[in-house]
Design a protein around this ligand. Structure first.
Ligand SMILES: *Cc1c(COP(=O)(O)O)cnc(C)c1O
Length: 254
């Protein structure tokens, strides 16, 4: 995939201007404050929403700075960039989430090195991840990515096929089905943001009614995390608001 190469190049470029520690720390505190305010405003218990810091395109030094400021969970979109960064940061206290589109031929390093995958959208990928998950690691936590109406990316299982995919994934021994993820089309309209997230919440409730013990709704990014929290997000994936605008236009729209 073209994006894979682009991500790797940006990551390794020594010339990338990176935000300094104090900026990352201050941005993290600001995002945590936004989350806390939204929890309170929409009747969610304090601490109901976890923050995933999306470090794609940013060098390992930025992850270390965020970790020093207390952040534990990091999200990556590109397999090689993510694995290189996991090695580079080498901090066993951190938790790594793969959130990007995943091709079958790149599933092995993800199964071996990540703690979570948010972007499972077909049985074949799930089967490979389960087969390739090393026996000495805990089962890989997975979310199914759903293509809610108007989703910007073409990734994601159609809502009509979600129930069958969840049933299949639940049988795979080395995976733990945790919940759902979506990336709705960007919009500035708060009610439109909520409507897309509500769709994901209803699908989540439907799967729970079918007997799946799900605890995760992965939805909301820098520009729409309040709407996601209003609709029940348990994990928001935030890049720009923590690390700044990503270095390339191609990455900025992902
Ligand atoms: C890049 C990305 C994010 C973070 O987006 P921001 O707008 O920078 O907060 C979240 N989720 C996924 C799947 C992404 O690819």
């Amino acid at each position: 995939m073209g994006g894979e190469g682009a991500g790797a190049v940006v990551y390794s470029a020594a010339s990338v201007q990176r935000p300094i520690m104090t900026t990352i720390s201050a941005n993290l505190q600001a995002v945590l404050a936004r989350i806390a305010r939204a929890e309170q405003a929409f009747g969610r218990p304090p601490g109901a929403v976890r923050l995933l810091a999306v470090s794609k395109t940013w060098p390992a030094a930025c992850v270390r700075d965020a970790a020093r400021a207390g952040q534990r969970a990091f999200g990556e979109n590109y397999v090689q960039e993510g694995v290189d960064k996991i090695d580079d940061v080498a901090d066993p206290a951190l938790e790594w989430h793969f959130i990007g589109p995943l091709q079958s031929n790149k599933s092995r390093p993800v199964a071996e090195r990540f703690d979570w995958v948010h972007s499972v959208d077909r049985a074949r990928i799930a089967e490979r991840l389960s087969q390739q998950r090393p026996p000495d690691r805990a089962p890989l936590s997975v979310c199914l990515q759903v293509n809610v109406s108007g989703e910007a990316s073409k990734s994601g299982v159609a809502p009509a096929e979600l129930s069958a995919l969840a049933a299949r994934v639940a049988t795979l021994p080395r995976l733990c089905l945790r919940g759902l993820m979506a990336i709705p089309a960007p919009t500035e309209d708060f009610e439109a943001q909520r409507a897309a997230f509500r769709q994901l919440r209803m699908l989540h409730a439907q799967l729970c009614a079918e007997g799946h013990a799900l605890d995760t709704l992965s939805m909301g990014m820098s520009h729409d995390l309040e709407a996601a929290i209003a609709e029940g997000a348990t994990l928001v994936r935030v890049g720009t608001a923590i690390f700044g605008a990503r270095p390339t236009v191609a990455d900025a729209v992902r």
